[in-house]
Every structure is written in structure tokens, then in C-alpha cells.
Ligand binder design. Structure first.
Ligand code: C2E
Ligand code: MG
Ligand code: MG
Ligand code: MG
Length: 284
């Protein structure tokens, strides 16, 4: 595949590759140390039903590096997946989530909602993943039905049978499953019938243009109808405006999550928020 290139062109290409590699390696090293240096934190974003009830919270990982810079999960999660670090990081997040559920039970027993943890496909596909979930649940003594695992459709494109087996087994143990970013993946709808999942999450890409783009409205209405037909809970993410809220509630979406209701909060702030938003304490 010898290509005709002007002088310097090949070298330029190599250089930019090298710069990118160096940056990536530096970040990988920083990521390796982040856990020891306690640079990670879990945040919680409330999920609220039309009644005002807080039916759940999504755990979102935050990384503030040594220099105090905030690095978004969209940047470091894919990196952690590539270099094999997603496994220890994912275990840490799960442990935090289970420990927080135990804390919530003691401190804000009025919060009986689910706590949702994002699981990378590569983490979910590990052979000992199931065992690690069981261990964390048993170690913290929480009711497994309080824990929801959010997986994306990419978790099924590898070994579908293996994924189904894992979900079945963990569901029998009591854990809830949710399909994140539903409607953005490659899967056909038929796989849904075979999966014992309890929840679908409408991707924020569909929510964003609600009101402006009729196709997204139809897409959302369809997802909500599928959920009702299959007896699944349905959560809309990325809800930022009253228009979006009203439209989603008119379509009987089960729960809403987004900046309009609350940004992701650290543990103590989430506790405060729950105390302030007890069911019925809202005017509307
Ligand atoms: P996701 O699971 O789809 O999470 C929803 C994302 O939307 C979060 O971004 C959240 O902060 C953001 N968000 C919430 N409300 C709004 C809103 O009203 N408007 C907009 N524009 N965005 C909103 P975040 O925290 O940056 O996380 C990005 C992605 O990183 C997540 O997408 C998830 O795929 C991944 N992620 C986060 N935490 C973890 C984790 O612990 N493990 C794994 N494997 N992935 C994680
Ligand atoms: Mg999620
Ligand atoms: Mg999502
Ligand atoms: Mg998303």
C-alpha cells in the first residue's frame, strides 16, 4: 500500500501519533494512581416520578486529577476500558454504590428508590463479574433489589447467550437491570423479549430536541409504548426544560432525570436533596 506522499507528510503523521500516544500514556499512568490517591468520587443524580417521588438515583463517576482538574467520564471511561483499568474502577464504583445504599437506609429511610450503576460492556463480559456483584451485595447486606445495573446494547453484541445467562442469574439473585441509551445501539428490538430487564432509559439525544423535532417525539412515544407493552419502567435522561418535562409526563413517562430536576450531587448533597424533596412536600 505504498502511498504517494509529499515530503514530510509521513513524518507529520508519525509525530501526531506520537503526541497522542504520549498524552494517552500519561493519562493512563495518572488513571492508575487516581484510585490510590482517592481522586475518584461518586455523585448521585435523582430520578423523579410525576408524583414527585424520588424513585431512583444514578451513580455517576467523577475524577478530579492531582492538579485538581475535572476530567469527564466521557474521556476517562473509554481510556480505562482500553487499558484494562475499568475493572478495578468499576468494582470500586459498585462497592461505593452498595455502601451508600446501606447508608441511605440508615440516614434517609424515606428514600426507597433504586440506585443505578453504569456498567461498561467490557466489565460486564468479565467471567467473574457476576461473582463480584454478589459479593458486594452480600458484604454490605443490602437488599439486591435496591441495585440497578445499567448496561448498554453493546453488552450484547459480543456473546449474547452469555449476557442473557448473566442477566438471568443476577436477576434471580434480585438485582434490577436497565438498558441505558436505549434506541441508540445496533440491536434489533427482538432481543428485548429475551432479556429479563426491568427498565429502559431514553437517551438524552432524543430528549434534547423534544418540541423542535417531531421525529424525536415519535421515537420517545414509541419507546414509552414498548415499555408499557413489556411491563418495563422507563426513565428519560437529560431533561432540562419545562417543555420537555410536560411532554414526557403527558406521555406517561415513569421517571425523569436531568438538570431541570437536579444535577448530579455528591453523597452529602444528595442526602440533603432527598430530605428536601420528600413525597408530597412539593407544591406542584
Ligand atoms: P450516561 O450513563 O448516559 O449518564 C448520563 C449523563 O448525562 C451523565 O454524564 C450526566 O451527568 C449527564 N446529564 C444528566 N442530566 C443532564 C441534563 O439535563 N443535560 C445534559 N446535557 N446532560 C445531563 P456524565 O456524568 O458526564 O457521564 C457520561 C457517561 O459516562 C455516562 O453516560 C456513562 O456512560 C459513563 N459513566 C459515568 N459514570 C460511570 C461509571 O461509574 N462507570 C462506567 N462504566 N461508566 C460511567
Ligand atoms: Mg447511565
Ligand atoms: Mg444514558
Ligand atoms: Mg447517554
Amino acid at each position: 500500500h505504498a502511498k504517494r506522499a509529499g515530503p514530510g507528510e509521513v513524518q507529520m503523521y508519525d509525530m501526531s501519533m506520537q503526541v497522542e500516544m504520549t498524552a494517552r500514556m500519561r493519562m493512563e499512568r495518572a488513571l492508575q494512581q487516581a484510585q490510590q490517591n482517592s481522586e475518584f468520587a461518586v455523585y448521585f443524580q435523582p430520578q423523579v416520578a410525576a408524583s414527585g417521588e424520588v424513585v431512583g438515583a444514578e451513580v455517576l463517576l467523577r475524577w478530579k486529577d492531582e492538579q485538581g482538574r475535572f476530567i469527564p467520564p466521557a474521556v476517562f471511561v473509554p481510556l480505562a476500558e482500553r487499558c484494562g483499568l475499568i475493572r478495578p474502577i468499576g468494582e470500586w464504583v459498585l462497592k461505593q454504590a452498595c455502601e451508600y445504599i446501606a447508608t441511605f437506609n440508615r440516614v434517609v429511610p424515606e428514600f426507597t428508590g433504586h440506585v443505578s450503576v453504569n456498567v461498561s460492556a467490557s466489565q460486564f463480559m468479565q467471567t467473574d463479574y457476576e461473582q463480584s456483584v454478589r459479593r458486594q451485595v452480600l458484604d454490605t447486606g443490602i437488599n439486591p433489589s435496591r441495585l440497578t445495573l445499567e448496561i448498554t446494547e453493546s453488552a450484547f453484541i459480543g456473546d449474547m447467550e452469555d449476557a442473557i445467562e448473566k442477566i438471568n442469574s443476577l436477576h434471580a439473585f434480585g438485582v434490577r437491570f436497565s438498558i441505558d441509551d436505549f434506541g441508540t445501539g445496533y440491536s434489533s428490538l427482538s432481543y428485548l423479549r429475551r432479556l429479563p430487564v426491568q427498565e429502559l432509559k431514553i437517551d438524552q439525544a432524543f430528549v434534547r430536541n423534544l418540541g423542535a423535532d417531531g421525529r424525536d417525539l415519535h421515537m420517545i412515544r414509541t419507546i414509552i409504548e414498548i415499555s408499557r407493552y413489556m411491563g418495563l419502567d422507563v426513565v428519560a435522561e437529560g431533561v432540562e426544560t419545562e417543555l420537555q418535562r410536560n411532554t414526557l409526563e403527558a406521555m406517561n413517562c415513569w421517571a425523569l432525570q436531568g438538570y431541570l430536576l437536579s444535577p448530579p450531587l455528591d453523597g452529602p448533597a444528595f442526602l440533603e436533596w432527598v430530605r428536601d424533596h420528600r413525597q408530597g412536600s412539593q407544591v406542584s
